[in-house]
Design a protein around this ligand. Structure first.
Ligand code: AP5
Ligand code: MG
Length: 242
């Protein structure tokens, strides 16, 4: 049996990403990364960006949750980590993301929400794009202090069918407990329990916050205040993008 090293697997993933993108032969215009602590509002803002600019919103968290809901092997594996507030291993996450970004609908750009989350993930993405002579255009850090986060998370309600997110005080659904978009029942995510949120914050500071430095050095980091009303956060983002 042939044993593949981690580097060989990464090189293979990057090669297939590049050949898929070359096949689509379209220009990539707006490639955006959303950074920020769990609950900072990455998903909320990413959806608004995607709607305004007509680009796909890609959330690795939503992809994992859809797989958990459908009982797939990937979902079962990811759940082990997510329920503890830990990161899903890079080996699983990177392949899913590169496969998704190579799809035709990403040819004119995309907004990534929750990826990259570690320096190795950022490096693979960077390498895959640079082989196409391309790079991330904006890394937008939605800045919210830890103290605000736990309160926000306990009020969040999520639709596991379409990925929509609500807040019982700030953005309630029209009918309590029911998704406005698809009519499915809303849930408190398993990883939104206060003790798990604390662990997610710890993991964020240790493994994800270093990306702020990474993208600052690349000259694409922009920071917005995520504590203000979500419409004002969005206005600040649009001012950056336009
Ligand atoms: P993921 O789903 O990405 O979760 P997260 O980063 O922890 O972020 P959240 O989705 O919890 O928060 P958000 O910033 O999107 O905030 P939202 O807009 O919902 O990942 C979950 C798990 O999957 C991870 O822990 C990990 O295990 C795994 N995973 C995913 N990607 C991975 C990767 N790349 N590598 C490894 N593992 C990975 O807003 C939060 C609440 O606040 C909502 O209720 C919202 O309505 C409200 N709100 C938003 N904006 C405002 C505002 N301005 N004012 C008041 N309320 C607001
Ligand atoms: Mg989210």
């Amino acid at each position: 049996m042939q044993i593949y090293t981690k580097q060989a697997v990464q090189a293979y993933l990057i090669r297939s990403f590049v050949s898929e993108r070359k096949r689509s032969r379209m220009e990539i215009n707006m490639k955006i990364i959303m950074l920020g602590a769990p609950g900072a509002g990455k998903g909320t803002q990413a959806k608004m960006i995607a709607d305004k600019y007509g680009i796909p919103h890609i959330s690795t968290g939503d992809i994992f949750r859809a797989n958990i809901k459908n009982g797939t092997e990937l979902g079962m594996e990811a759940k082990k980590y997510m329920d503890k507030g830990q990161l899903v291993p890079d080996e699983l996450t990177v392949k899913i993301l590169l496969d998704r970004v190579a799809k035709e609908d990403c040819a004119e750009g995309y907004v990534l929400d929750g990826f990259p989350r570690t320096i190795p993930q950022a490096e693979v993405l960077d390498k895959a794009l640079s082989e196409l002579g391309d790079a991330i255009d904006y890394a937008i850090d939605v800045d919210v202090p830890d103290a605000n986060i736990v309160k926000r998370m306990s009020g969040r309600r999520a639709c596991l069918s379409c990925g929509a997110t609500y807040h019982i005080e700030h953005i309630p659904p029209k009918k309590e407990g029911i998704c406005d978009n698809c009519g499915q029942e809303l849930v408190l995510r398993d990883d939104d329990k206060p003790e798990t949120v604390q662990n997610r914050l710890k993991v964020y500071h240790e493994q994800t916050q270093p990306l702020i430095d990474f993208y600052t050095k690349k000259g694409v980091l922009k920071t917005v205040d995520g504590t203000v009303d979500m419409k004002d956060v969005f206005a600040a983002i649009v001012a950056i993008l336009e």
